[in-house]
Design a binder for this molecule. Structure first.
Ligand SMILES: C[S@@+](CC[C@H](N)C(=O)[O-])C[C@H]1O[C@@H](n2cnc3c(N)ncnc32)[C@H](O)[C@@H]1O
Length: 182
């Protein structure tokens, strides 16, 4: 069956991850992406601004016996204060955490700072996956800001791709994929 954007985001990152690599989950939430990255990478740094996300993800990791993750209760825009190594792969799931306070959403300004910092710290050959959910209030603005930013990346340094449902009703999430070339 054709892949959903969320599944392609994982496949895209899995292709470059190995047990020497550093990965970043920029939006930890319930920890789905954190667990996925922790299975494949040497070390994962996971960020969220909600205590609930850190709690939930910490429990999941403990149940699975995964101890290569640093859970950081801080905004992803501060990524450079916590991660000093080069990054092989990073993922963003923008929007709100369905099981929590829906008014806590990712915001264009801080999202762009985080993307910019992560791209600057990305290894050559490293990849970033950005899942864009935009059905909520403010989501459209964030979607446009991210697309504008990614579209102006230097094509000699980054390749950027879009994977988006075309005939689905409502506002299905879609995927932006970026790879660093040099
Ligand atoms: C769509 S959810 C992430 C879902 C998550 N990947 C999962 O597997 O459950 C978006 C998350 O981003 C978090 N968030 C909002 N602003 C943030 C920021 N500046 N830095 C880091 N996380 C942020 C929210 O608290 C929320 O948990």
């Amino acid at each position: 069956m054709i892949k959903r954007p969320i599944h392609l985001s994982h496949d895209f990152l899995a292709e470059v991850l190995d047990k020497d690599s550093i990965a970043v989950d920029a939006t930890m939430g319930n920890g789905n992406d954190t667990v996925f990255l922790a299975d494949l990478a040497k070390k994962v740094y996971a960020f969220d601004i909600q205590e609930q996300a850190v709690q939930k993800t910490s429990e999941r990791l403990a149940q699975l016996g995964l101890n290569n993750v640093e859970l950081i209760l801080a905004g992803h825009q501060k990524v450079d204060a916590y991660v000093s190594e080069l990054i092989r792969a990073a993922i963003f799931n923008l929007g709100y955490l369905p099981s929590a306070d829906k008014s806590v959403i990712t915001k264009p300004d801080t999202t762009l700072i985080a993307i910019e910092k992560i791209l600057a710290q990305l290894e050559v050959g490293g990849r970033v996956a950005i899942m864009i959910y935009y059905g909520h209030e403010g989501g459209d603005m964030e979607k446009d800001a991210v697309l504008d930013y990614v579209q102006q990346l230097d094509q000699t340094v980054f390749t950027a791709m879009l994977y988006q449902p075309l005939n689905q009703i409502n506002t299905p999430p879609f995927l932006v994929m970026i790879e660093k070339l040099r």
